[in-house]
Write a protein of this length. Structure first.
Ligand code: C2O
Ligand code: CU
Ligand code: CU
Length: 534
């Protein structure tokens, strides 16, 4: 196995020359703005925009409820979906749909999810933003092997996991430990729910293959509610909409197109041209291409999630309402902000969430309000459309000036400062502090309940994600945090040549966790590290 090939990054691919050579006008702009990714075109005709109604993923019902929590079951399975009208797409799904079913949890109550793997590949399931004990966190080599995997095959798959973990890794302690935690058929993930109300999401996290697995459909919402949020007069029920925004490309046969080096996914990584990330040319919201939704002239809460592998969006409403500030942000990755933050547009990197309230009463009946992506061009500049109805309805919702109590972590209390440099390595993949990911190799050992200052620095764009607890951004390049940094975050977008300082404090669960780039192609090509909470 040739490590260089599957990590596959010729230095020239990332160089200005190679990118500039791509003739599309957007490429020059992408380069100028330093944004990652290479557009992968679909091989079939794309449907017109705003023809499909916005789907909402079904809410998963517990199979059983007891004093401690709610028990769920999800079967990971291949399903044939109609995503583009009249086109059959074979997807990898949680429970037969894309997105998977939405889990609605209550803070303080455990959600216990039994996953059954009927896919042709091993998986690991991670609750992104979850405050989760390590053994349920979806560690990338804690595999759930498909139902019916023979013992021989299980050994072979453990070998594949070893190979994905770099040649020569098989003898490392981390890999031995990891192989020991493989299970076949079904696995239970326990989420104790000791966290505030927030918009979380779950997705596959298998080492080396997270990009193609999420691209093929393995993603869903997990919402947490709590009393603090319930006491507020925010839009709720049908006026509280989770919106999973994800770009995808389609092959001529209707399948998801993805530039894997090995189409059978025996070997991780994408072809050289896509080493800086894969951009699709179809924008899906909740699994539908450029959908539309009728909205009444009232406030709606939109839980925006960027579930794209690589694509960054600048989301705006078009037209803007008179006076601007169309998007009133009430929450971030880790739940409610202390006070609302008003935006004309929101820049959202992969895995980030922004909860916003939009008041459609600011538009005349009959207005077609497009949600657009100012970072896109052509078809990727459009996302979905809201059609404002003339119905007479009353709005019982408002956005209070004070939303929640948010403890500000204190920088002067930090007991340690650590630097994490996110860089491409010449010819080798993507690194943190110069190292490719190796499971079992520890990069930091923070103590429970202590505040630390972590400084992330970048060469190019990297959406940096930390598991276990949300953090607070306190600075960018020595200046104040940016407009999208408010509140508790678990993913923060680093722009090229930027250093972002965050305060972290890990609580409740000692163990091994990850931090990584959430550009999934970067992650799969080794931009990840373990840290150990003690
Ligand atoms: Cu959303 Cu470690 O991932
Ligand atoms: Cu995560
Ligand atoms: Cu990255």
């Amino acid at each position: 196995m040739n490590r260089r090939r599957f990590l596959g990054i010729g230095a020239s691919v990332l160089g200005a020359g190679a990118l500039a050579a791509v003739a599309a006008p957007s490429a020059a702009r992408l380069l100028a703005e330093g944004r990652p990714g290479q557009l992968l075109s679909s091989e079939l005709d794309l449907p017109g925009a705003f023809r499909t109604a916005l789907p909402l993923p079904p809410v998963l019902r517990p199979v059983r409820t007891d004093a401690t929590g709610d028990h769920y079951e999800i079967t990971q399975q291949v399903a044939t979906l109609e995503i583009l009208p009249g086109v059959k797409t074979e997807a990898w799904t949680y429970g037969g749909g894309f997105p998977g079913p939405t889990l609605v949890a209550r803070s303080g109550r455990a959600a216990v999810v039994r996953h059954r793997n009927e896919l042709p590949v091993p998986t690991t399931t991670h609750l992104h933003g979850g405050h989760t004990p390590a053994d349920s966190d979806g560690y990338p080599v804690d595999l759930l092997l498909p139902v019916g995997t023979s013992d021989d095959d299980a050994r072979r798959m453990a070998d594949i996991a070893d190979m994905a973990g770099m040649p020569g890794m098989a003898g490392m302690p981390g890999m031995r430990h990891a192989a020991g935690r493989n299970v076949t058929g079904e696995r239970t993930y326990t989420y104790p729910g000791k966290q505030r109300a927030a918009t979380l999401w779950y997705h596959d996290h298998r080492m080396g293959f997270t990009g193609p697995a999420v691209w093929r459909g393995l993603a869903g919402f997990h919402l947490v509610h709590d009393d603090e949020e319930a006491a507020l007069p925010l839009p709720h029920g049908e006026r509280d909409l989770p919106l999973m925004i994800a770009d995808r490309s389609f092959a001529a046969d209707g399948s998801f197109r993805y530039p894997a080096v090995d189409p059978d996914l025996g070997e991780p990584g994408v072809t050289d041209a896509y080493a800086n990330g894969v951009l699709g040319d179809v924008i899906l919201v909740n699994g539908a291409p450029w959908p539309r939704l009728d909205v009444d002239r009232v406030r709606y809460r939109l839980r925006l999630l960027n579930a794209s592998n690589t694509r960054l969006y600048r989301l705006e409403l078009d037209p803007q309402p008179t006076g601007g500030d169309a998007l009133v942000q009430i929450g971030s990755d880790g739940g409610l902000l202390a006070a609302p933050v008003r935006h004309d547009g929101i820049e959202i990197a992969p895995a980030e969430r922004f909860d916003v309230v939009v008041d459609f009463a600011r538009y005349a009946p009959g207005t077609e309000v497009r949600l657009v992506n100012r970072f896109g061009s052509g078809r990727t500049a459009e996302v979905m459309r809201f059609d404002v109805t003339a119905r007479q309805v009353t709005d019982d919702a408002t956005v209070p000036d004070r939303l929640a109590t948010v403890e500000a972590l204190d920088a002067s209390a930090a007991v340690a400062t650590r630097d994490f440099a996110f860089r491409r390595s010449r010819g080798d993949g993507w690194t943190i502090n110069g190292r490719l990911y190796e499971p079992g190799r520890n990069i930091a050992t923070p103590a429970l309940d202590e505040v630390e200052l972590w400084r992330f620095s970048s060469d190019l764009h990297h959406p940096v994600h930390v598991h276990l607890n949300q953090f607070q951004v306190i600075g960018r390049n020595g200046e104040d945090p940016g407009p999208y940094d408010a509140g508790w975050k678990d993913t923060v977008d680093l722009r090229p040549a930027e250093a972002v300082e965050v305060l972290v404090r890990f609580t409740d669960y000692a163990g091994v966790y990850m931090l990584h780039c959430h550009n999934l192609e970067h992650e799969d090509m080794a931009m990840m590290a373990d840290f150990t909470v003690r």
